[in-house]
Design a protein around this ligand. Structure first.
Ligand SMILES: [Zn+2]
Length: 71
């Protein structure tokens, strides 16, 4: 009786926005030894809300030094 002919019409286009939208912020990494800004990169503010610190090679110090995020 009341068949409306909606075959397998599944609702599509339901995007899970939270999975796609990642907030990436541009940061600069500065060598803590010589204060040179050696690296530009992006970070995920959700996973790294604090300032990042990472060991990277500094060509000025010619060794791996601690690099800190700067603005
Ligand atoms: Zn350095």
């Amino acid at each position: 009786m009341g068949r409306t002919g909606l075959g397998g019409g599944v609702l599509r286009g339901v995007l899970r926005k939270s999975e796609v939208e990642v907030v990436r912020t541009r940061i600069t990494l500065e060598c803590t030894e010589c204060k040179n800004r050696n690296y530009n990169m992006t970070k995920d503010k959700k996973t790294h809300p604090e300032r990042m610190e990472t060991k990277k090679y500094c060509k000025f110090c010619r060794s791996h030094t601690l690099h800190k995020e700067t603005k």
